[in-house]
Ligand binder design. Structure first.
Ligand code: G3H
Length: 530
């Protein structure tokens, strides 16, 4: 690959650094005068390659982290806080206020998404818009949930008014590949259900939260949202050690999730909502529509450079079609355009982690030493911030690229004659999120589908794997997830069923009637949100 530099259009140039010199705790943006760390983009602003400085963020310490925790604990106030006891309509009003302010920041956030994590313009815009839509869908779903529970039920002479209540204090940590969308897919349902939150942005994709700090401060009561910066080890670990966290909400890898979970002194109290790593395979059967399968495998393996938990990370292709598949697939990979995120048609874009190209090269070297070939012409070509996707074939189980979640641009291909091979590999694998299955003959597909649904949690028929639409359940088995996220399921994950029960007699019923007529309780209410 030749030098990646081309003139940066005026509207995408970095003209002003984002110096994030405050953090949000207890409803106030607190000025930070301590150590800071510089945030660089791996994208160069000059012809001679050099990372671009984007701004700075605070490096908070244990003391500030515990203050943020104290603020969240006191906003929850043992369940008596303003937020957890607030009427559903009022919590929704706060969320609506937030999303209105958020929408005004689209341009700024999209630009930072491109610079901070190298996501192309179309996908950055999609990430923003999808997040806004997610918030509106969450509001709608919660409204419906509230309508459905605006009633009493009676069984065995006991009246019950059943709702879902908050769990308490949530520690929320998001990933760098979807620093806005995935993080908000945790944060928003956690908040709307009445929990209070401490949120630490991801290592890459951190400055793009800055434009939203004021909106968080203005929209929610103090202490409900607390946003801190710093190293996980320094800030998240001490928070967990207090035992005051009720929910660990994390999208990332199981290593960090396990490390944090074990810090909590009472693991039985800790609810987990985790979206973790995956190694989703594609299985291409001999009767598959090859054009379709190749196009979907290209999207599945290369969109956002393979840095998606749902990316296709290993391709199993039947031996009858492997030659044709490899030839056409490799040619299509080589035809993908690499460029900066704002360049028209750029499908491959700079990697945000400076050490990623070297890691991918290690995987390629390990595989080629053990007998694989790089079968595409451009595979492994390297620049300062990129390594072109290498299609590796034949890949075997002893290779690191088979065993590790590569989370980057390298594509292992395996051929099979017996369908038991991919099935056995999936059963042995540590992961169990999704699979893509390409084929047509229902006599083959039917038993396969029946098995695959028990190995993973979504079988994508003739299409690549993906999380969306966000109303569908997103989860995984083994090391791939704990809990289920979708617009609806996330509301359930961040809440618990809780209810008021009373024996059906005149004495109790008169009290219930008074409670309802007086509207004195926000919980005991049959008000219907229109
Ligand atoms: O990184 C994992 C994301 O949840 C993937 O979402 O399938 O919409 O790219 P996506």
């Amino acid at each position: 690959m030749t030098s990646t530099f081309v003139d940066i259009p005026e509207q995408f140039q970095i003209k002003k650094l984002v110096d994030q010199n405050t953090y949000l705790v207890d409803g106030a943006l607190i000025p930070w005068r301590g150590d800071t760390s510089k945030v660089y983009s791996t994208i160069s602003s000059t012809e001679d390659y050099q990372p671009t400085l984007l701004g700075t963020i605070p490096i908070l310490g244990k003391k500030e982290a515990i203050k943020a925790l104290d603020a969240a604990v006191s906003a929850y106030d043992k369940g008596q806080g303003l937020w957890p006891t607030m009427k559903v309509v009022d919590r929704i009003a706060c969320m609506e206020k937030f999303v209105v302010q958020m929408k005004t920041k689209r341009e700024e956030i999209v630009k930072l998404l491109m610079w901070e994590i190298g996501k192309n313009l179309a996908d950055s815009e999609k990430e923003f818009d999808r997040t806004v839509e997610y918030i509106y869908d969450t509001i709608e779903d919660y409204t419906q949930m509230d309508r459905d529970s605006a009633k009493f039920v009676k069984s065995s002479g006991v009246n019950a008014h059943i709702r879902r209540g908050p769990l308490g204090v949530v520690l929320c940590l998001g990933p760098y590949n979807y620093p806005l969308n995935e993080t908000f897919a945790l944060l928003i349902p956690a908040l709307i259900m009445g929990n209070t939150v401490i949120f630490k942005p991801a290592k890459h994709g951190v400055l793009l939260i800055s434009p939203l700090l004021e909106a968080f401060k203005d929209s929610f009561p103090k202490g409900v949202v607390n946003i801190i910066y710093g190293r996980g080890r320094t800030v998240a670990a001490p928070i967990m050690q207090t035992g005051k966290i009720d929910v660990l909400a994390l999208i990332g890898n199981s290593k960090s999730a396990n490390a944090l979970q074990t810090q909590h002194p009472k693991s039985n109290r800790l609810r987990l909502v985790l979206g973790l790593e995956a190694k989703n395979p594609a299985i291409v059967l001999p009767d598959a529509d090859l054009d379709l399968a190749i196009d979907e495998c290209i999207a599945g393996t290369t969109s956002f450079n393979g840095q998606r938990c749902t990316a296709l990370k290993v391709l199993y292709v039947h031996e009858d079609i492997i030659e044709e598949f490899n030839k056409r697939f490799s040619a299509k990979v080589d035809a993908l355009k690499f460029g900066n995120p704002w360049e028209a048609g750029a499908k491959l874009t700079p990697l945000p982690e400076p050490d990623k190209p070297a890691y991918i090269q290690d995987l390629i070297d390990d595989a080629t030493e053990k007998g694989a070939n790089v079968i595409n012409t451009k595979g492994g070509e390297t620049t300062e911030n990129y390594i072109f996707p290498a299609v590796l074939y034949p890949v075997t189980k002893d290779m690191r690229v088979f065993q590790e979640e590569q989370f980057g641009p390298v594509i292992p291909v395996i051929s099979f004659s017996d369908i038991e091979k991919p099935l056995d590999d999936m059963a042995e694998s540590n992961y169990g999120q999704q699979v893509s299955l390409f084929g047509k003959d229902i006599n083959t597909l039917a038993p396969l589908i029946d098995t695959l649904v028990n190995l993973v949690c979504r079988v994508n028929l003739n299409s690549s794997c993906q999380r969306g639409p966000d109303v569908y359940p997103f989860t995984g088995r083994k090391d791939s997830a704990v809990g289920t996220l979708s617009v609806h399921d996330a509301l359930r994950s961040f809440s618990i069923r809780t209810f008021v029960a009373s024996k059906d007699n005149d004495y109790n019923n008169a009290i219930l009637k008074d409670l309802l007529d007086s509207r004195a309780s926000n919980f005991v209410s049959t008000d219907y949100i229109l």
